[in-house]
Design a protein around this ligand. Structure first.
Ligand SMILES: [Zn+2]
Length: 178
């Protein structure tokens, strides 16, 4: 952060609050500029007992398989955001079943929410962001080609919970880069 978004001054000082949190404070107008984690919303799409994954056409992790997800926009709900991202990346109108997992990446400062989603048809569309879409049998998940650790977390817990009678939300976290 180089300039104050309130007064335009470049006199911004970095402070450590109680040795725990970094704060950027403008010395001209005294505004504290908070920086907080971003929310990523997405889907864990299931079509007839198969997992739908998108192959990324852009960086980061170009060429790796990903659950459709992206940054939540202003003025939308988490469910609207998850459905919008799924539509943007696959062209499909998915049906949200429930919240499946919540994952904090402390390295990227992001919170990822993945919703279990039902895919009703395969009239998908590829685009710059998604260069391939594939259905994977649960025994054939490309674990070493998954784009992000949040994918691994969501999918592993989904498979492990298939026999559970009571659905639950899985909560995880990591310091890993991906
Ligand atoms: Zn200022």
């Amino acid at each position: 952060m180089n300039f104050c978004s309130k007064c335009g001054s470049d006199n911004i000082h970095l402070m450590l609050e109680q040795e725990r949190f970094v704060r950027y404070i403008c010395k001209a107008c005294n505004t504290t500029h908070y920086r907080n984690p971003l929310i990523v919303v997405g889907c864990l799409p299931i079509y007839e007992n198969k997992l739908l994954l998108c192959q990324r056409g852009i960086q980061p992790r170009k060429g790796y398989w990903n659950l459709p997800a992206g940054f939540m926009e202003m003025n939308e709900t988490v469910t609207q955001g998850a459905l919008r991202e799924a539509k943007e990346e696959t062209g499909l109108d998915m049906e949200l079943v429930r919240l499946h997992s919540m994952y904090t990446s402390r390295k990227k400062n992001q919170v990822m929410l993945h919703f279990l989603a039902k895919v009703n048809d395969l009239n998908y569309q590829l685009n710059e962001e998604t260069v391939a879409i594939q259905l994977f049998d649960f025994e054939a998940i490309p674990w070493d080609q998954l784009a992000f650790h949040s994918n691994t977390f969501a999918i592993q817990n989904y498979l492990a919970s298939l026999q559970d009678s009571t659905p639950k939300v899985f909560i995880g976290d990591s310091f890993k880069e991906n």
